[in-house]
Design a protein around this ligand. Structure first.
Ligand SMILES: [Zn+2]
Length: 353
């Protein structure tokens, strides 16, 4: 068995949205017209449970936090880059449209009463329709739960026809409200959640943070119950998707889900990763090692020119023999940030047997 030389000399990359400051702005908008945080530290408010039926690090990630920069820039409560200008909530993102179609429930973060809702907005990417098509309905299908004492939570981009509650209904913490969809101003399936007190947006990770300040000491537990705070421990970059394919992949194919896994007969063996919230200067490496422990394909990438909301890389090799050797193929993805390893993920596929 022999294989052809690397058909990808380096890691091929694509990104959409490519830049935090431009296309990322259009990804999704808060339903709140003005996401400016309240200057006053609010009362303690309800304790919040994790609001999506997913597991962070396995089936979802926090894509965006509240923007604390009062000006044209953007920074999250840690003064990091996991946000974009004017973002007025948190975005919990699931892996792809296949997961969305399978159904992922959005859960009430605290007990309350359903105050308002909207249904009937189509689940279609704003990349397809354009932002004007969802003007005035940026939240898409949404639910607002009133928790009393001026506190409410809002849940956006829900799947059309998936709402499970009615206005006026009492809901318990953790009760399913609807499923994640693709409605409103969004181009990937996620739940946008906004917390408000007396109509002012509150960052649940840092409810008492002064405008433009940073919280780097308390861990951002904010209003979250311990289990939710632990699940959403702050990350400076994360792997959203990782897997093997039998052909080069695209960002759209990863977003759609259902990429074909390789077999011993596949003409190509490809490993791919889509990472989120990378920093400018990050260097990515992706390597496949075969069952014999030898490298099958390896690639590198020059430092990113700026922060990336999402970034796709893959590396692969074309087969020339009759079949790939049976056994386990292991891929290792590493993001180097200066002298540190910022993100790493090892994943494998077994061919044959
Ligand atoms: Zn959002």
């Amino acid at each position: 068995m022999k294989h052809a030389q690397l058909f990808l000399a380096g890691i091929l990359a694509a990104c959409s949205p490519s830049e935090k400051a431009s296309s990322a702005d259009a990804v999704q908008a808060s339903a709140a017209p003005n996401p400016a945080t309240s200057a006053e530290a609010p009362a303690s408010g309800p304790q919040l449970t994790f609001p999506v039926a997913c597991v962070v690090g396995q089936t979802c990630e926090v894509q965006n936090y509240v923007d604390h920069d009062p000006g044209p820039g953007a920074k999250d409560f840690r003064c990091g880059t996991n946000t974009y200008d004017g973002h007025g909530g948190i975005d919990i993102r699931i892996h792809d449209m296949a997961a969305q179609r399978a159904g992922v429930a959005v859960l009430a973060a605290a007990p309350g009463r359903v105050a308002r809702l909207r249904d009937g907005v189509a689940d279609v990417s704003v990349r397809t329709t354009g932002a004007a098509a969802v003007s005035g309905a940026e939240c898409g299908n949404g639910v607002v739960v009133d928790h009393g004492d001026g506190w409410e939570t809002q849940y956006c981009h829900l799947a059309k026809g998936s709402l499970k509650i009615a206005v006026g209904e009492q809901v318990a913490a953790g009760q399913p409200l609807a499923n994640i969809g693709l409605s409103g101003n969004t181009e990937y399936p996620h739940a946008h959640i906004t917390v408000r007190h007396n109509s002012a947006m509150v960052d649940p990770f840092a409810p008492a943070l002064a405008p433009a300040a940073c919280d780097v000491g308390t861990g951002g537990r904010g209003m979250w119950r311990p289990q939710a705070a632990d699940a959403m421990a702050y990350k400076t970059g994360a792997v959203l998707n990782a897997g093997f394919a039998d052909a080069p992949v695209s960002m759209d194919a990863i977003e759609a889900g259902g990429i074909t896994a390789p077999t011993t007969a596949s003409p190509m063996l490809v490993a791919y990763v889509r990472a989120i919230n990378l920093h400018g200067g990050d260097v990515q490496e992706l390597t496949i090692v075969g069952p014999d422990g030898r490298p099958v394909a390896t690639g590198g990438q020059p430092p990113l020119d700026r922060a990336k909301a999402q970034y796709m890389t893959f590396v692969g090799k074309r087969a020339t023999g009759a079949a790939w050797p049976k056994g386990e193929y292991r891929a290792t993805y590493v993001v180097r940030r200066g002298s540190e390893t910022a993100v790493s993920r090892t994943f494998s596929v077994r061919l044959g047997d």
